[in-house]
Design a protein around this ligand. Structure first.
Ligand SMILES: [Zn+2]
Length: 323
């Protein structure tokens, strides 16, 4: 929780941090929040009464990137490092992929589909144990990883346009565009559906996101040719510092040319997040979600959270930066 006297500092940290975060702080929160409303009866009651938690913790996974060296690869997969037809080359199951490529190589190239699967089964377990705190934490994380997998630039080694002279496109696409335009988006997705094969679905998401990588980059490259470069950025002054950002005109031109891509990916993230939550509950045998046994945070958990928060506030990310 923010304390009033700390708001200035916190805002500053947030601004710095938002440039490094996936889907942006804002979009991740929106996705987790809206996924609650596509759940059926028993589930919606529980998730709705905890909607604040799910929203606030939608970005915990990104915060952990400041304190946990193992966290970064969980948010992406550089599919193109596996050749021209990566999805024929990478075995879907972790054990098979590990046998073919080694765990070290898989981790280096990012492991988001397997992370979705892992978090999913941890959530199933938490439902079976009727551990309300873990259900909420894992649901928030699962929503995060599922949403990251929907971002095309999370599926390529050219994740920030750094290999094609387009450095900065990562945050532009996933943070700036939703912040500017998502108010006009249509987020009606239909109800959550049961996913009988969570890993296969994760691969489907990644494959579909990867198919959008070329357009994401090429559309911006062609816009750069047709638009005068002095229109690309706007400058604003704050606290005696000049901030440079992509101008509204430039962002709007790119957004229009993307023809609904950001909106579609955000909507799909909502549908899949809700669907993963729902399926985990079904796979756990549809446990009753009322009168949970009381659960206290252990001393160890508390210390780990405090440490993560402290390192996050220092703002030194471990692993790749996407500015
Ligand atoms: Zn992320």
């Amino acid at each position: 929780m923010l304390v009033v006297s700390k708001i200035g500092v916190t805002t500053m940290v947030l601004i710095i941090w938002m440039s490094f975060s996936s889907w942006g702080f804002f979009a991740h929160q929106q996705i987790n929040r809206m996924a609650v409303f596509i759940l059926p009866g028993e589930l919606i009651r529980f998730y709705k009464s905890n909607i604040q938690f799910l929203t606030e913790h939608a970005v915990d996974a990104d915060k952990r990137r400041y304190s946990d060296t193992a966290e970064a690869p969980k948010h992406f997969i550089d599919a193109d490092r596996y050749g021209i037809n990566p999805f024929d080359s990478i075995p879907q199951k972790w054990a098979d992929a590990e046998m073919k490529f080694s765990a070290d190589l898989l981790k280096e190239n990012g492991i988001v589909p397997w992370q979705i699967e892992r978090t999913y089964y941890s959530l199933v377990k938490a439902f079976k144990e009727r551990d309300s705190l873990r259900i909420l934490r894992l649901s928030a994380d699962l929503g995060h990883y599922v949403s990251d997998a929907h971002v095309p630039l999370h599926t390529t080694e050219n994740y920030n346009g750094q290999l094609s002279g387009q450095t900065g496109i990562h945050g532009f696409w996933e943070s700036r565009l939703p912040e500017l335009f998502s108010e006009e988006y249509d987020f009606i997705t239909g109800p959550a559906r049961y996913l009988s094969d969570p890993l296969k679905e994760a691969w489907k998401i990644v494959k579909s996101s990867h198919s959008l990588v070329d357009s994401t980059l090429m559309i911006q490259a062609s816009l750069n040719k047709s638009m005068a470069s002095d229109l690309k950025f706007s400058f604003s002054e704050r606290d005696n510092q000049v901030d440079r950002n992509y101008s509204h005109e430039y962002a709007s031109a790119y957004h229009t040319r993307l023809n609904g891509m950001v909106e579609n990916q955000m909507r799909a993230s909502i549908l899949m997040t809700g669907s993963y939550w729902y399926s985990a509950w079904v796979d756990a045998g549809q446990p009753k979600l009322r009168n949970f046994p009381e659960k206290k945070i252990t001393e160890e958990e508390k210390l780990l959270t405090e440490r993560a928060e402290k390192l996050f506030n220092l703002g030194r990310i471990i692993g790749r930066k996407e500015k």
